[in-house]
Design a protein around this ligand. Structure first.
Ligand code: HEM
Length: 365
């Protein structure tokens, strides 16, 4: 056997602790008025930045995998595993805010003025994450972020890369199983939803609890759901939705996603379903982090403007609502039908979605 080829490793050097643990420089100390809580403020931000780095590392690898066309099935499992990791980290990010909140507004005021105009706006990693996920500038409340030239160049480069949103969309657009000579998924599904909405309308109309005015409002909402649903099948109407910004996901990708949601119990669609579910969860977690961070900002600085010049709490709450990347998938929940009315699939399509083992043992296939 050959001798061990690796050099001995020392814990401190491996983790670069000399750099890491000497990277906390309190401005308040620099100005001769040390503020105790500034250490917590710095370390909390640094911890977040380290987690952002890990998330970006995972998202980059996921994007790289999605670039494989066609995407091998075993790689879907790897993507899913990494997305789940990202989601566990996101939980930590949200939870960690309570540590920051052990600092009181008065403690913060001891050093806040020394930090202008530095701000979370300048978190390059956060901006790169938003860009790589696929948050377009048009959707952003502001693009004025006070980045220096070096960071602005890096952000511009990140924006040139294909986003996770686009890669998932392309993957969905390539999905087969939609039709054969006698069957078209969209037609069967359209009819199933129409029937479902008719039944729901009738149930509401019979309900003794609603007065005449309530009933009118409810039925109006049904009309809105129905016309949004009809737009799924009409290319012209769908394009209007796309150009007005009402939707970003292509029609084909949207129908694929619905197909996955409806037939997710088939083995071949189970991983794709879990994958979409984790992506949605991450989008939600980021919004939750944004909202939680907005509440913390309110608790710390009230209605003051941010050090980055935004309106502070108000901006952060609006960003939590608007800076979502995968909201197209959220909307699809309105168009999902109960299992009992999911249209059955033709045998030849069904066969492709089962485990090979199951196919061999089912004589009807
Ligand atoms: C005392 C604690 C904190 C307060 C009062 C606070 C306040 C704010 C405010 C007011 C903004 C809006 C931009 C501006 O005008 O400056 C902002 C943005 C931001 N902050 Fe914080 N923050 C705090 C802690 C943190 C921590 C621990 C992180 C972790 C990295 C963080 C990350 C961010 C990010 C990424 C943004 C940009 C958000 C966006 O544009 O959507 N903040 N923060």
């Amino acid at each position: 056997m050959s001798s061990q080829p690796y050099e001995p490793v020392y814990y401190r050097d491996y983790l670069a602790l000399n750099s890491l643990l000497n990277a906390q420089h309190r401005k308040s100390e620099h100005y001769g008025t040390p503020a105790h809580d500034e250490m917590l403020f710095i370390i909390t931000h640094q911890t977040y930045e380290l987690w952002f780095k890990q998330i970006l590392f995972e998202i980059d690898s996921i994007r790289q995998t999605f670039n494989h066309v066609p995407l091998p099935e075993n790689e879907i499992a790897t993507v899913l595993h990494r997305l789940r990791r990202v989601n566990r980290i996101a939980e930590v990010l949200i939870q960690q805010i309570t540590v920051m909140e052990t600092m009181t507004p008065m403690d913060f005021l001891e050093f806040r003025d020394m930090l202008h105009p530095a701000s979370g706006f300048q978190s390059l990693q956060f901006r790169i994450l938003e860009a790589k996920l696929g948050l377009p500038d048009e959707k952003r409340l502001t693009t004025y972020l006070h980045l220096d030239e070096a960071d602005a160049t890096l952000l511009r480069a990140a924006k040139e890369e294909t986003t996770l949103f686009a890669l998932v969309e392309q993957w969905l657009e390539r999905m087969p199983f939609f039709e054969n000579e006698t069957y078209t998924f969209s037609e069967e599904y359209r009819q199933a939803v129409k029937n479902m909405l008719t039944t729901e309308r009738a149930t509401v109309a019979r309900h003794p609890v609603y007065g005449e005015e309530d009933m009118k409002q409810i039925l109006k909402q049904y009309d809105a759901v129905e016309s949004a649903f009809e737009a799924l099948f009409n290319p012209e109407q769908y394009n209007t939705l796309l150009s007005s910004g009402g939707r970003r996901l292509s029609q084909r990708a949207t129908l694929s996603a619905i197909f996955i949601f409806l037939y997710r119990d088939y083995p071949l669609l189970h991983l794709p379903f879990c994958l979409l579910d984790e992506i949605l969860r991450f989008d939600e977690s980021l919004s939750m982090w944004r909202y939680r961070h907005a509440l913390m900002a309110k608790r710390m600085i009230g209605e003051r403007i941010g050090t980055g010049g935004s309106s502070g709490h108000h901006y952060l709450v609006q960003a939590a609502l608007k800076h979502k990347v995968f909201s197209d998938y959220e909307v699809l929940a309105s168009f999902v039908v109960p299992r009992r009315v999911v249209p059955p699939l033709p045998k030849d399509i069904e066969k492709n979605l089962l485990f090979a083992f199951q196919q061999q043992n089912d004589s009807s296939l």
